[in-house]
Design a protein around this ligand. Sequence first.
Ligand SMILES: [Zn+2]
Length: 336
Amino acid sequence: MEPFEPEDFWRAIILYGLNTATYKIALAQCLISYGEGHQTDIPLDVLARDFFVLYRKRLEADRPQLVLPDRLTVMERIVRLERLGKINEDQAIERVAREAFGDVLPRFHTVSDKALPMSFYHFDGRTLHLTDELFDLFGNGPKREHLKDETGSRWDLLEAAFSLRRERWSLTNDIRQFYLEKGYARTDITHTRPVLNGYQHGRCFYCGDVMDNDEVHVDHVIPRQLVQHDELWNLVLAHRFCNLQKNDALPDAVYIEKLIARNEHFIASNHPIKQTLIRELGASPEARRKAVLRVYHDAELVIGVTWQGIRGYRPDTDPLLHKFNQLWKTIPHSSR
Ligand SMILES: [Zn+2]
């Protein structure tokens, strides 16, 4: 096996391990410039100043530096205070020296909970003493532009990943708010039973088995707590047992496909319920499918798919679904 070079360890630090914030990358950028400048001992306040300048530049674009969507890193807070004029630059740098390095200086050489067998610096609590390994990489010999590029890209990548997560986070809050604000008055849904049963032929929507009359429950496929309504397109009949198993969870997508097929079956049959479904979901099969999938996707973002279904349920052997699918095929393509 080839011996490991300092470059291998450097790349492990930059590319691997769990980066929940960008501190390691910022420290790496400082180390690169110290190596190139042949500085061997870096006092903490010098590091703090360089760190602060780096982050202030970085945060001009307000890109998040932490994986947690609703928190700020120490650096984000300090830069913000300085920007608002609550503290001046010297105070900001003092705070960076005091607060920002507690994790990153002792842990820089740790990757996935393993300490690497070499170091690019030693820290005595006041000063960073840089090692020959760092100068091998950045001080002497050929320029390692690829390592510099890699470090910069990694910072971009982490910020982009944190931003995505943040958007998703605020999106789910918006969705939750949207459904909750629509309000919800509990209505009696027992009258839907005969209609629904006409199309389930006494079989449970979730397991496909026959139901006895006294164990039939009306169930909201996408949980009522989220949709906040009792619209017919989302109601099915299920065993009491299956209904309780599912509870307020969001079922697997196979059941959503089955629900869409069920609704199209209603509409194709010209049952009076047809107009209700068209009003609720739309005039064309595509519009209705989109409407159902949109609510399902919203629900997925908010609560996730939390119920895989009755164990052993297989859509390909479900007689009811089979029937719906046959029907689906008979609908001419132009009217879909
Ligand atoms: Zn069942």
